[in-house]
Design a protein around this ligand. Sequence first.
Ligand SMILES: Cc1cc2nc3c(=O)[nH]c(=O)nc-3n(C[C@H](O)[C@H](O)[C@H](O)COP(=O)(O)OP(=O)(O)OC[C@H]3O[C@@H](n4cnc5c(N)ncnc54)[C@H](O)[C@@H]3O)c2cc1C
Length: 465
Amino acid sequence: MSLQQELKTILGASGWIEGADAASWQRDWLDRYGEAPLGVARPASTAEVADVVRACHAAGVPVVVQGGNTGLCGGAVLGRAGGVILSLSRMATISQPDVASASVEVEAGAVLATLHDALDGSGMMFPMHLGAEGSAQIGGLIGTNAGGSHAFRYGMMADLVLGLEVVLPDGTIWSGLRAVQKDNAGYQLRRLFVGSEGTLGIVTRAVLKLFPAPRQRATAFLALPDEAAAVRFGTRLQAEAGEFLTGLEFFPELGLELALKHVHGLAYPLETRGGCYLLVEVASGSDKVPLDDILGAVLEWGMAEGLVLDGALAASEAQRAAFWRLREEQPEGQRLEGAQLKHDIAVPPGRIAEFVDRAGALCRALVPDVRINPFGHLADGNIHYNLTPPEGMADFAGQDRELALRLARLATEMGGSFAAEHGLGRAKITLADALRPAAERRLMRAVKAALDPEGTMNPGAVIGN
Ligand SMILES: Cc1cc2nc3c(=O)[nH]c(=O)nc-3n(C[C@H](O)[C@H](O)[C@H](O)COP(=O)(O)OP(=O)(O)OC[C@H]3O[C@@H](n4cnc5c(N)ncnc54)[C@H](O)[C@@H]3O)c2cc1C
């Protein structure tokens, strides 16, 4: 029996897709990677995932697990034609939250926004938010160790996963679905799988940590002169608002312009424009905390210091959503402008303005008048340093690789990272090989060889072939 026939037998007609019907799983979100699959396996249970993986392992055929396919490093598609894409979108159940233990068990194919909706009214929330939450799946978020806009306050995915169930490369099921924070029975296996981008196993189920849902929030949209002012203001706000600060996002004038130009339904809410904008949010699970006073006092200080040029507090839930959209449509505004280069940088937060200055000079030396849109998560120093070609140019004059290398080197020199929250996938292996210590890369290859000696799990991602 051929592998295709075997997989069809395991999965039934609705669980195996091949030929032209498989085309929509082939390419990555940015349309840079992805070769033709043998077919797409859509199992409906962990046992079926294990059977598929076991069959592929026996046949020596690569398996790439794909979640919502919103990853930005090409990790969710095939590097070479002929492998199997495994989609968990039929495995999306969400259990009742355990409020007393602050946890919920979910299948890996559940979409993040669906989890948020499912928790509505329970008094609890899952604190991960990102622009792709309408498509990104729990398995993909775990696979990439996603961050997003609330990571500085609640942690990245690695901090939010209590337990995991994983199908290993030979089809063995590891059940580590424990719902406790404290579990020091040896190596932290669950942490090993978080961020492994489908190269060590397939996450099929997870127990996630929950937090009390906010009872009140205050949200402000601010115009500031530049990133240096944003960092100064952000530092003071963190000191004054402490654990109540849940959002501190920034983007520049270019990002605002592109979003307003291309994305339907956006409006600028202030009278004065700035060089940099901040979206600020404070929230509390108690309605006794004077959030408006806390935020108001820091705003007054910011205005007196000349850091805040103009600002508005959201007066309704609709206005709050409108403020957040200005930030979240940054990627879409830039995508609709045309060609772009994305760089996912992190630097120590106090050095954001320095990075923006030095990186700007470096980019303009290679591509004069390149348009730069550094935006992202101020409190954890995460800058999506995205470039658009100069006006009238369709591309970056062949400097794409050099720009990526020099920006990554600068971030590294400044004590930061060139892979802050999107992972390595296929896109950043050469950067990791060039810029990370040899011992670090050797350890990663040793882990891969120990867990996946045949190399059938997402070959070519994270550590290359
Ligand atoms: C508009 C936009 C905004 C974004 N904003 C953010 C942001 O703020 N923060 C952030 O961190 N990311 C962001 N991203 C990137 C992306 O959404 C995340 O990387 C997300 O975690 C990917 O989830 P996914 O389900 O789409 O995974 P995929 O893209 O399908 O897969 C990503 C990787 O995870 C692996 N994987 C998928 N499922 C599993 C599984 N079940 N078990 C093991 N490995 C698996 C894949 O093989 C692949 O290597 C954004 C993307 C877009 C398009």
